[in-house]
Every structure is written in C-alpha cells, then in structure tokens.
Design a binder for this molecule. Structure first.
Ligand code: PLP
Length: 478
C-alpha cells in the first residue's frame, strides 16, 4: 500500500472511531432483536445473500458501506443461536462478558504463539490451564493447549498418544516417520464421533487398524466387549454421545488400559464439562485415569467460537508430538502457547475463556452445566407428555425423540425447521429418523421450552394433515 492517502484514511478511521461506533450500533441492534428473531433465517433472507456474489472490487470500497451491507444482508441471514430456542447440533450460545472480552482482544490483535510476542496471551493461557485442570479434577501436571475446536484437540491428543506408544516400542516418529513403523491398534466405540475418524486418518491410521467395540442402546461402549488391550493400543472413549448424551464407562476402560500400558484419549467435546459439576461427576468416574482429553469451551461453556482445548497428562508427550522434535524442548521459562498446538500464529482465544471462567467461577460453571441438563430433562418430559416417543435416557443435555412413524418424524422435523420458532437437527437412530434436541444455551428459559414444545406439536399436526391430504390425493388419482 503505497498511496499515503489510504494509510491516512486508515489512521483516521482509528482515531475518529465512527466505523467502530457504527459496528457497535449494529451489534446492539442485533442483541436487541435476537430474542424475537426467527431462529432460522427466512428464505428471503437467505436469498438476499446473493448480493455478496460480486467480483473482487478493483479499487477501495467505502468502509461504512461495507459494514452496512453486512448488517443489512448478513444479520438477517444469521442463525439465532445466541438466544434460547436454537437446539441444533451441540452449539452453545456465548456468555456476554466473554463476548465483550473478545471485542477488546480483537482490538489488541495479539498473536498467542510465544510469550515474547504476547505476554498477556501467555499469562491468560497459563491461568486457564491451571483453572481447567483443577475444575475438571485432572492430574495436576496436565498441560492444556488452546485450539480451534475439539476436532483439532482430538488430533493433538491422538498424535501425542501415537508417538508415545511408538516411542515405547523403540520407534521415534519424528525421526523415522510412519512408513515401516510397528503396527498400532486403535480401539473405539461403534459410535465414535466423525471427527475422531478424521483425526485418525490424518495421523496415518487406517480403517483396517480400527477395532470397534459394540455399544448399548444409548451408544455407550460395552466394557465387557473390549478386546484385550496392550501397550500398542490407542483407546478412544467418548464422554457425551452426540445423539443421546451418553457416556462410555470411563473408569472400567481406563483401568484395563492402564494395566495394559495403552493410551486413552477422551473425546469430551461437550460432555467433559460434567466433571465441573458435583451433581454430574457420576457420569465421568475415573476421568483422571485417562491420558488425554479434548473439550470445547464453545459448546457447553458458552464461550464464543472458536474455543477448543486439548488436555494431556504428559506435557512432554504433547509438546514433542506437536513440535515434531521428538524431545521436549521448552523455549523459555514462560509459557509459549505454540508448543501445545499445531499452529504457530494463533489468536489469543484464552482471553475470552479466562473472562468466562473468572465471571462464572466454580459455582457458576456448575449452575451452567446443571441448568442445561435440568432444562433438557423438562423438555423431554413435556414432549413425552405430549405423545412424542422419547428415545434416550436424558442424563445430560441431549434429547432424542420420534413421532408415530418415520414418515411423520421426518415431516415434523422439517416443519419445525421451517417454523422459525425453534430449530433442531435430525439424526438416524436405530436406523430410523429421529429429532435431536441439544439444550446448550445459557439463554434457554422454561418459557422457551414451552414455546418450543408448542412448535413441536403444531409441526406434528401439520405433518399429519399433510399426510392425510396426500393420501386423499392418491385415492382420487387411483
Ligand atoms: C462437536 C463434537 C466434536 C467436534 O468438535 P468441533 O469443535 O466441532 O471440532 C467432537 N466430538 C463430539 C462428541 C462433538 O460433540
């Protein structure tokens, strides 16, 4: 950028702040409308996105127009997941203080790679690591890396495990690579999350190396069906099945794995947080006996996206796997965040995580987790009372229901999604369509649940009517 007038303009934008005031006004406008907004954008709003289909401008655009375009066409096409009636996937809302802290840190624009690049990012990562390890009851020496999400976190945990098992077998991956390496076994449940298979594939572990353990009706691994483990086995446990919210029998599996010298990784994207509540800890007995754990603060904890965490009992194993050094080299006395993540440059996501943890404290975190579980329970009871089939044991925040026939279930889900009243995703359960509800937003109130249950009932009667109408039409045609 050689033209001084453009640099001047940008300097002016920083000092005069009108751009930022404009963005702030739009953001406030959005916050004020979010609770009444359609949960899923209307078809016209999605159609409106075509305005973004334009060639890259040749010359500079007006920055205020850019923000206006975003608000005018972008805001209406957002999914209202920060409010109380979005139950899709397992997507959390965001806690206000963490959003505010993120705003401030956006202006800081820190790079969390090294202490020397950002002492504040390093300090807050160090504090979050300590707090999380304590909160989750993990071994005190556990290291944490702050990554984009659980997919990356799982990749990191499994990389540490893979390299460590091979190292014990006399094979140093950072030197010899994987070609010709001793074979590793991988034991995981039949319902392991898709991201686990992706991580394994990236790590050079193929489908033929996987030993899938049968699961019970809730998707939990059957511990007595576990194959014999050995010191060349990576075991992957799930804390929170995406459909049912069920937890694998962690303690039993960890004890067998520990005896055999296997490595255990826990995929706890949303379920690991059960450990933060004394009322839900019974779901994760023996959690501390695993070797690595992945979790998302952007799910259950309601941190803004993207906020995933890898926790690993062996700091040296995590660091050496992610730095491909084979040895555990620390650069300085202070925390250098890049040692614990695949990336080098990275935004300082610990800022908003720290703000959230400090705001809620241990008690608030417990109330957050328990509150999601309690409201899921009430949601499931009300749906049951209104004739929906409840397909899972609601011990955590996930609810799975169906209607009288697969056809009606599918049509009901579609009508719910189109209603704008609430939004849920679908799942295939036992080979049949199901409606999946994830209560994952702090903002969901009991009124939101009542309103959503009414939307479910209405969607189902529309589906029944649609079926009758089409039956009638078919009879006439015959
Ligand atoms: C969401 C989820 C993941 C993937 O997490 P991302 O943050 O989306 O990468 C992995 N496992 C489970 C059980 C999940 O729910």
């Amino acid at each position: 950028m050689n033209r001084p007038e453009i640099r001047e303009q940008m300097r002016h934008q920083l000092s005069d702040k009108t751009l930022f005031e404009q963005a702030k006004a739009y953001a406030y406008d959005y916050m004020d409308s979010i609770f009444d907004k359609r949960v899923y954008p209307a078809p016209e709003a999605i159609k409106g996105l075509e305005i973004f289909n334009e060639p890259l401008p040749h010359t500079a655009s007006n920055p205020s127009d850019i923000l206006e375009l975003l608000h005018q066409y972008g805001s209406p096409a957002t999914v209202a997941q920060t409010a109380g009636r979005y139950f899709g996937f397992v997507n959390g809302s965001s806690i206000p203080v963490s959003v505010a802290a993120k705003w401030l840190s956006d202006v800081w624009d820190q790079n969390a790679a090294l202490y020397v690049i950002s002492p504040i990012a390093s300090k807050l990562e160090e504090v979050c690591e300590k707090w999380l390890v304590k909160l989750l009851g993990l071994p005190s020496e556990t290291a944490a890396g702050f990554v984009g999400g659980s997919s990356t976190a799982t990749l990191c945990g499994l990389a540490a495990g893979r390299n460590e098992l091979l190292r014990k077998a006399g094979w140093e991956v950072s030197e010899k690579g994987l070609f010709g390496a001793p074979n590793l076994r991988v034991v995981l449940g039949e319902q392991a999350h898709a991201s686990v298979f992706k991580a394994l594939a990236l790590l050079g572990i193929g489908k033929d190396q996987l030993e899938k353990v049968p699961v019970d009706a809730q998707g939990r691994m059957l511990a007595d069906k576990l194959p014999k483990l050995d010191s060349r086995t990576l075991v992957i446990i799930q804390a929170g099945n995406v459909n049912t919210g069920a937890f694998d029998p962690i303690e039993e599996i960890c004890e067998k794995a520990n005896q055999a010298g296997a490595w255990v990784h826990v995929d706890g994207a949303f379920g690991l947080w059960a450990a933060a509540s004394k009322n839900r800890q019974y779901l994760v007995p023996g959690l501390h006996k695993a070797d690595s754990w992945s979790a998302d603060a952007h799910k259950t904890l309601n941190a803004p996206y993207d906020c995933g965490i890898i926790l690993c009992k062996r700091r040296d194993a995590l660091v050496s796997a992610l730095q491909s050094t084979g040895s555990y080299i620390l650069y300085s006395e202070n925390r250098d965040g890049m040692l614990y993540t695949p990336e080098m440059s990275r935004r300082a996501r610990a800022v908003e995580l720290w703000a959230l943890l400090k705001y809620l404290g241990q008690q608030g975190l417990e109330e957050l987790v328990d509150g999601l579980c309690e409201r899921a329970k009430v949601f499931s009871e009300k749906l049951s009372a209104n004739g929906f089939n409840l397909l899972n044991e609601v011990a955590y925040n996930q609810v799975l229901v169906s209607c009288s026939t697969p056809e009606i279930t599918k049509a009901t889900l579609e009508n719910i999604q189109n209603s704008g009243e609430c939004w849920c995703g679908g799942a295939l359960w036992d080979g049949k369509p199901a409606i999946r509800i994830s209560v994952c937003s702090w903002a969901t109130s009991y009124e939101d649940i009542d309103r959503s249950v009414s939307a479910f009932i209405k969607a189902r009667s529309i589906a029944q009517q649609q079926k009758e109408d089409s039956n009638e039409a078919n009879t006439k045609n015959e």
